[in-house]
Design a protein around this ligand. Structure first.
Ligand code: GLA
Length: 693
């Protein structure tokens, strides 16, 4: 059992549905969160508390040289891709600088090529100077800096406001601020990331201000990146200390980590501005732990938040999709906008987020972000997004690179974990663009029993001020699926504000495997000026088999979907750690159970019951593997109605019987919620869980 840190949450919410389960059950490695561990390290770090090298720093001391980081810094840092592995070396850094130029990233605005922890030898030389690590940088740091500069780029370095850096590999700058800053300036350093480990309990403001003044004393313009993980609320005091400050613990290359950091950083919008940015940590785009859709969301959200954009993947191995994301100039222009405003969150409900970022010249960037695991419609208006009243608006999709116009509504069905970003302008030229047409579904399709057919309703709505002409809707299934319209799929002219609703029937082939599939919904129309527009939306559908008659253990049935707050839902064992199959036998209050599901809050497991089951029953509680910790509640939902609720159960409670009538229900959801004290240690067992059908 391994409780997880809220700052580096596990890869969570995985599905375990039928055919796709094997592929989706793979797990990602975890990195340790810095804050807790590092504070402990600092506390354990031996040696006397080091004092700053020069007299007490004044909080009113002058800023770093002005004019730096007018827009959020863009560049590269090796940490997320290499940590302290041997492939962090001169060849890598030079290779990245080369690729910045060759691949157009420099032209797109990426400028800094930065070293993170582990670039130095463990000890200072006899003169107290830092010594470049001989294996990684045999030619020294200046040679690398010179190389980076020769490409017209800038060079950054790292150390810690403590006695040693976070990886413990090299000395930190506490007590050596002026000498280290001098050494950095002599090498041609343009950017310093200043970490927080092994800080000996010295006041953070004092430590960070001392280095600011040391950097200033060098006379060299150096961007100063404060990395104290938000522990001392730097957004409240660091605007005249550093150019950017981390707001959270370390990011890791998993969806939940990115999401947690987004949620912590987004409310800090009012503190960001030119020369002083919130830093939600470096990019994970391209590192392999998220899908490209998830990486596009990561990149979109960071850009909306005017975050520093430090590429954290080894570009020498990056895929074309990674380059396409990182070099999306239209999204980069949102991040780099001269006004320097971080987006405000306009709405966040049910995993549907709307963010609006004011841009220089009066436009707004509007992001529709779907945090959830199914497509959802997300809507706002130009007015709510902050645009002035106008007869119409130009709506530019920054991922599709396409213009349409809207009368004011900004709405779309956004794929699971996807983000749409628009630049919205009260541009008088709006009538020259085709009307925006929204393509969506009436409601989530119910699971379809193999051997039967199901229905789906699609909605095609004109958001513009001009008719959409020759509208054609299509729906396609995977190979072998039968998909047929029941009502018209075409409209010669769809007037503004009108919806074409189409009913469809579809059926999986007789031999289909139970599992998750996709239908593809397409829209095709033209504007009165003759511009053609096409769109596509993936609609997930689930092919299922009816539950067997008699009593079945839930752990012997295949759920339609299953999401879990930590590792995958386990069958006949506790949730254990992040991997599949790493639990222990189920045990609640000292009582063992041979059968059941090992879940972790927040968890949501859906079973197909097809109207054929009468009851569900289980013994629920927090698994003994947490010690006495954790608190959760268990709920059973039958077709959208809550039919059982365990109330709050803690790690000291015995198992509680939960039973409910599920008669007539098409689906039954088993839900575990946090008991109100955060999800740590919320290892939740559905012991002895069975359906009578
Ligand atoms: C801390 C920082 C990271 C990275 C490592 C290096 O955890 O927050 O960004 O610099 O240290 O050890």
């Amino acid at each position: 059992m391994r409780p997880h840190s809220p700052l580096t949450p596990p890869r969570a919410r995985r599905r375990m549905a039928g055919a796709l389960s094997a592929a989706l059950l793979c797990t990602a490695g975890l990195t340790a969160g810095p804050a807790a561990a590092r504070t402990a390290e600092a506390a354990a770090g031996a040696g006397p508390a080091a004092a700053p090298a020069r007299g007490p720093a004044s909080p009113h001391a002058p800023r770093l040289p002005d004019g730096l980081a007018k827009t959020p810094p863009m560049g590269f840092n090796n940490w997320n891709s290499t940590h302290c592995r041997a492939d962090f070396n001169e060849a890598m850094i030079k290779g990245i600088a080369d690729l910045f130029v060759e691949k157009g990233l420099k032209a797109a605005g990426y400028e800094y090529v930065n070293l993170d922890d582990c670039w130095a030898e463990p000890e200072r030389d006899a003169n107290g100077k830092l010594v470049p690590n001989a294996a990684r940088f045999p030619n020294g740091i200046k040679a690398v800096a010179d190389y980076v500069h020769s490409k017209g780029l800038k060079f950054g370095i790292y150390t810690s406001a403590g006695t040693r850096t976070c990886a413990q590999a090299m000395p930190g700058a506490l007590g050596h601020e002026y000498s280290d800053a001098r050494q950095f300036a002599d090498w041609g350093v343009d950017y310093l990331k200043y970490d927080n480990c092994n800080n000996q309990g010295v006041d953070a403001k004092q430590r960070y201000i001392t280095m600011r003044d040391a950097l200033k004393a060098t006379g060299r313009p150096i961007v100063y990146s404060i990395c104290e993980w938000g522990e001392n609320k730097p957004w409240e005091w660091a605007a005249d200390v550093g150019h950017l400050w981390r707001t959270t613990g370390d990011i890791s290359d998993v969806w939940e980590s990115m999401l947690t950091i987004f949620k912590a950083n987004a409310p800090l919008a009012r503190y960001a501005g030119p020369g002083h940015w919130n830093d939600p940590d470096m990019l994970e785009v391209g590192n392999g732990g998220m899908t490209d859709t998830e990486y596009r969301s990561h990149f979109s959200l960071w850009s909306m938040m005017a975050a520093p954009l430090l590429i954290g993947t080894d570009l020498r191995k990056a895929t074309p999709a990674t380059y396409e994301i990182l070099a999306n100039r239209e999204v980069l222009a949102v991040d780099q906008d001269a006004l320097g405003k971080q987006a405000e969150v306009l709405a966040s409900e049910g995993g549907r987020w709307v963010l609006s970022k004011p841009l220089a010249g009066g436009d707004r960037a509007v992001a529709l972000f779907n945090e959830s695991d199914r497509p959802q419609r997300i809507a706002t208006t130009a007015k709510d997004a902050g645009l002035p009243q106008a007869g119409g608006y130009r709506l530019r999709d920054l991922w599709k690179h396409r213009d349409t116009h809207t009368g004011g509504e900004i709405a779309a069905t956004v794929p699971a974990r996807g983000t749409l970003v628009y630049r919205v302008s009260a541009d008088r030229q709006w009538p020259q663009y085709p009307p925006a047409v929204e393509t969506g579904i009436a409601r989530d399709p119910a699971p379809v029993e193999i051997g039967t057919e199901a229905r789906l309703g699609t909605l095609t709505r004109n958001l513009g001020q001009a008719p959409a002409l020759d509208v054609k809707i299509g729906l396609k299934g995977p190979q072998g699926w039968r998909v047929e319209p029941v009502t018209p799929t075409e409209d010669a002219a769809l007037p503004p504000g009108r919806t074409l609703a189409t009913a469809w029937k579809f059926a999986p082939p007789a031999g289909a495997k139970p599992g998750a599939y996709e239908l593809t919904l397409t829209t095709d129309y033209r504007s009165p000026r003759g511009q053609r527009v096409t769109d596509a939306l993936a609609v997930p559908v689930y092919a299922v088999v009816p539950p067997p008659a008699g009593t079945s253990y839930a752990s012997d049935l295949t759920p339609v979907t299953a999401t879990n707050g930590w590792g995958p839902v386990e069958r006949d064992m506790s949730v254990g750690g992040p991997q599949a199959g790493d639990g222990v036998p189920l045990r609640i209050g000292g009582v063992p159970f041979a059968k059941g599901l090992g879940a972790h809050a927040p968890s949501d497991i859906t079973y197909y019951t097809g109207g054929r089951c009468s009851t569900f029953a289980a013994q629920v509680g927090v698994d003994d593997e947490t010690g006495d910790r954790g608190s959760v509640s268990f709920e059973v939902w039958a077709d959208g109605q809550r039919v059982a609720d365990s109330g709050k159960l803690t790690g000291t409670d015995p198992a509680k019987t939960v039973s409910a009538s599920v008669a007539g229900a098409g689906t039954v959801r088993l839900v575990v919620l946090d008991g109100g004290d955060g999800v740590q240690f919320d290892h939740a067992d559905w012991a002895d869980a069975r359906f009578s059908c």
